[in-house]
Design a protein around this ligand. Structure first.
Ligand SMILES: [Zn+2]
Length: 208
């Protein structure tokens, strides 16, 4: 199966973006209606990837993990079960963020496409945070109305965000910090005797 080869090669690259791009290509080649894969959020793609992988390669994922002792260079073979990996949980009520008593934003998680676009621009961190927030405001509301972001120009959204206080801006950017994602807590004892508790995050950490 061609798709499987693409995925296996991507996994060997050990690079999150390469794995994500390959996953998107495979999903596109498996889906025939006009469903827009690029609009899926990162964690949707991560989940689909794991499902695809478990169907093609099997339930078990073998990892080689290093313990946190700098002097220890043992690579431990640790197997995890695909079914034990927590799936990202999305709480819809976290999308609504109040900025004042009456004004707030409805946020949406960044799509794969907008993440790629943001990563391609070599902005400083402040600009990146700003662009991320802009890309993910779904609507602004006050006590009377809801204003969908798609009806607003980028400029007017920008001036809305510029007018926010630091505290208000942080509320919006916290939305991304707490974004659902693939993670898995793992505990094992290294051959050197040290007990390790580690958290794997992102697709590439599952394919070391
Ligand atoms: Zn060790």
């Amino acid at each position: 199966m061609k798709e499987e080869k693409i995925l296996m090669m991507a996994m060997e690259s050990d690079n999150n973006k390469v794995i994500m791009d390959a996953t998107v290509d495979v999903i596109k080649s498996c889906i025939y209606d006009d469903f827009d894969v690029d609009e899926l959020a990162m964690f949707d793609i991560e989940t689909i990837f794991l499902e695809l992988r478990s169907k093609s390669v099997g339930e078990k994922i073998d990892l080689k993990l290093k313990c946190d002792d700098e002097k220890c260079d043992v690579l431990n073979n640790v197997a995890i079960n695909f079914d034990d990996i927590e799936r990202p949980v999305v709480n819809d009520d976290e999308n609504k963020i109040m900025l004042t008593d009456t004004v707030g934003c409805v946020m949406k998680y960044p799509s794969m496409k907008s993440m790629n676009e943001l990563n391609d621009v070599k902005d400083n961190d402040a600009d990146q945070a700003m662009n991320m927030v802009l890309a993910c405001i779904d609507a602004i509301f006050d006590e009377d109305n809801v204003y969908p972001a798609e009806n607003e120009s980028k400029k007017s959204l920008q001036s809305f965000v510029d007018s926010l206080s630091t505290v208000q801006f942080m509320k919006l950017s916290d939305f991304f910090r707490d974004m659902p994602g693939l993670k898995h807590d793992i505990e094992y004892t290294c051959d050197c005797g040290k007990v390790q508790t580690q958290t794997l995050r992102g697709l590439s950490s599952f394919f070391t």
